[in-house]
Each structure stands twice: as C-alpha cells, then as structure tokens.
Write a protein of this length. Structure first.
Length: 110
C-alpha cells in the first residue's frame, strides 16, 4: 500500500525503509510493543521467567494478544524463550535493547 501511494507501486529498498520507519519498525523487525515486552521482562522481571499475565499487565496488553501476535515473532527470531516457568529474555533479546546479561542483572552497554 505504501509503495502504491508514495512510489507509484515500485518497491525499492529505500521505499521499504521509509515504510518501516513510518510504522516505527526497526531494522531487526521490532516495533515499539516488541521492545516494550522485552524491556519489561529484562528490567522489571530481571530477565524472567515471568508469566504472560504479569507481562500483559505491565505493558497494558491482553495476554491472548501477547501470545498470539507478539510472542511467536519474538520466539522465532530468538529474542524470547517460553519455558514451563514462564517467559525469559535471551541473550539476543538483551543485545537488541543494548543491554548486557550479567547474572540476572542487566547493565547498559551505552
């Protein structure tokens, strides 16, 4: 749709980058809610494990939406693990937020 309206239907790297920027999706495919979920798990819950209901309450989203919309992408891309005890952020999840895993404590790399 973006390419049809803004670029006469031509999809180029530049057009794709503009569309993703407009949708606030970063170069790794993460949107603001994805980042919020990861940050919540890492900062508020020390990287996990934490239950989906706790995450949902913290980010203001329905648990079903987290499980059906956001979680599959985060797991597939390696940012999040789903364990019997709850969700945990992976090392890659920490890295994408500029944080370092440090024995359950996180430190900014910046």
């Amino acid at each position: 749709d973006y390419a049809q309206v803004k670029a006469d239907g031509a999809i180029t790297n530049a057009v794709a980058d503009q569309a993703l920027a407009m949708l606030e999706i970063d170069s790794h495919g993460l949107d603001e809610m994805d980042k919020s979920i990861l940050e919540t798990i890492i900062v508020k819950f020390s990287g996990g494990p934490v239950g989906v209901n706790s995450i949902a309450a913290a980010v203001g989203e329905e648990p079903d939406t987290l499980e059906e919309v956001y979680e599959p992408f985060l797991i597939m891309e390696g940012y999040l693990q789903r364990t019997p005890q709850g969700r945990t952020a992976t090392e890659l999840g920490y890295q994408r937020l500029g944080l370092k895993m440090d024995g359950g404590k996180q430190q900014s790399l910046l």
